[in-house]
Design a protein around this ligand. Structure first.
Ligand code: NAD
Ligand code: LMR
Length: 332
């Protein structure tokens, strides 16, 4: 029997990431090849005509799974009954800016859209915040939408996770699909900690630690970490625009694994509500290693954290605490 359509909201859908992600969702990349979807796209007045153009293209592409398109500048209409909300709307940083430099513009958007989601979305809506500063926007959304369960509000660090897999794959000349269990800890910013201490590579059905295969602590502890932390800035420098296709694809990975589950023995990184695991202050939206089953994520427990890692986990938590107070000062 055919499944009922899932309603997926994409805010900022006329923007770069929006334009890249809506065809992925309509093709089943996010929710599977047998899951019909209804796309809800939210834009702002100056982008209304462009948003209508995206809707026209979606119709023209004749996607078999796409059962309807709502394109609107009205947040209430956009949020009505949505099951999944991908929050991309906002202002991207430009060359030379840190992600928190876009804070004042973006946190007020997230405060306003929190109420629209809380009032009009399905009660079990799953939210993914992509717009920067992603962790802090998600935190503001969580605090201004108290009826949405905190476990349902997440932010995107899967792009950083995928970037880390990509760097290891390039270094070892192995396929990226054979690398797993890197971790992105903390903020989606230049203080994030890409951790390879538990990562492995499977070659000829044998699983080996990345540290053993790379056998170059200097590269792993310095160059690898800096490359992943600075990859967003490197893309902006090269494209004069922030990452879009990789962000869209990683957002699909995030939702797919959250809804359909992570493969056995594999974890992924998600920005989620901290329950105090690994000594991280409760209530921050912090990126942890998680596994997902039956639509629920759980933080992987019991990983050994050495002194080097401890310092890095705490430094990125400290930045998130500072961003939180900066966000509140922007809102007041
Ligand atoms: P973009 O400027 O191309 O698109 C953003 C869109 O949002 C625009 O169409 C704009 O009109 C719209 N918008 C602005 N305010 C809005 C509002 N209140 N409601 C709805 N829509 C609104 O930007 P982009 O390149 O698509 O990037 C979007 C965001 O994603 C940026 O904040 C960027 O920094 C962030 N980003 C995050 C990651 C991540 O890994 N977390 C990766 C890449 C980009
Ligand atoms: C990225 O990581 O590519 C995005 O967050 C865009 C940015 O500002 O770096």
């Amino acid at each position: 029997m055919a499944k009922n359509p899932v309603r997926v909201l994409v805010t900022g859908a006329a923007g770069q990431i929006g334009y890249a992600i809506v065809p992925m969702i309509a093709r089943g990349v996010m929710l599977g090849p047998d899951q019909p979807v209804i796309l809800h796209m939210l834009g702002i007045e100056p982008a209304a005509e462009a948003l209508n153009g995206v809707k026209m293209e979606l119709i023209d592409a004749a996607f078999p799974l796409l059962k309807g398109v709502v394109a609107t500048t009205d947040a209430q209409e956009a949020c009505k009954d949505v099951n999944i909300a991908i929050m991309v709307g906002g202002f991207p940083r430009k060359e030379g800016m840190e992600r928190k430099d876009v804070m004042s513009k973006n946190v007020s958007i997230y405060k306003a859209q929190a109420s629209a989601l809380e009032k009009h979305a399905a009660s079990d809506v799953k939210v993914l915040v992509v717009a920067n500063p992603a962790n802090t926007n998600a935190l503001i959304l969580k605090e201004y939408a108290p009826k949405i369960p905190e476990k349902n509000i997440t932010c995107l660090t899967r792009l950083d996770h995928n970037r880390a897999l990509g760097q290891i794959s390039e270094k070892l000349n192995v396929h990226v699909g054979d690398v797993k269990n890197v971790i992105i800890w903390g903020n989606h910013s230049s203080t994030q900690y890409p951790d390879v201490n538990h990562a492995t590579v499977t070659t000829s059905s044998e699983e080996k630690p990345v540290r053993e295969l790379v056998a170059n602590d200097q590269w792993l502890n310095i160059e690898f970490i800096t490359t992943v932390q600075q990859r967003g800035a490197a893309i902006i420098k090269a494209r004069k625009l922030s990452s879009a296709l990789s962000a869209a694809s990683s957002a699909c990975d995030h939702i797919r694994d959250w809804v359909l589950g992570t493969p056995k023995g594999t974890w992924v990184s998600m920005g989620v509500y901290s329950d105090g695991s690994y000594g991280i202050q409760k209530g921050l939206i912090y990126s942890f290693p998680v596994t997902c089953e039956k639509g629920q994520w759980s933080i992987v427990q019991g990983l050994k954290i050495d002194e080097f890692s401890r310092g890095k986990l705490d430094a990125t938590a400290k930045e998130l605490i500072e961003e939180k107070s900066l966000a509140y000062s922007c809102l007041n």
